[in-house]
Design a protein around this ligand. Structure first.
Ligand code: SF4
Ligand code: SF4
Length: 112
């Protein structure tokens, strides 16, 4: 796992509002994201606490951005987190990831 650039990054967990349909939270049938770590955006939308702040930082993000990080709810994380990766589904680099890493002072050399 040490070659996973996300483990020494975390930039996307502290730059974007992580919002998702409310039924992903575990107070809805079949939901799994801990509802206590979410907040209401509007009737049908929740977000991870902390990501609607300025500056944003997800409440579930542990560690220091750009050094060593972990997601406290990795197995239960919401869909935006599952869908945002270093690479796009077609295997090409995720340009938004690259930009966020650059803003955090991280290179993209370790991403392949
Ligand atoms: S910005 Fe990219 S490298 Fe950094 S944690 Fe997010 S997906 Fe991983
Ligand atoms: S739930 Fe985990 S992966 Fe998603 S933004 Fe928060 S710390 Fe990052």
């Amino acid at each position: 796992m040490s070659d996973n650039p996300c483990l020494s990054c975390g930039a996307c967990c502290a730059h974007l509002r992580v919002s998702f349909y409310w039924t992903e939270a575990d107070d809805a049938p079949g939901g799994q994201v801990p509802a206590r770590l979410t907040e209401r955006v509007h009737a049908h939308l929740r977000c991870m606490k902390g990501t609607n702040e300025k500056p944003p930082r997800c409440i579930a993000l542990q560690g220091e951005i750009g050094r060593q990080v972990a997601c406290a709810i990795y197995e239960l994380r919401p869909s935006p987190c599952r869908e945002f990766n270093v690479l796009e589904q077609d295997g090409t680099p995720n340009e938004r990831c690259r930009r966020l890493r650059a803003q955090a002072g991280l290179t993209t050399q370790r991403i392949s």
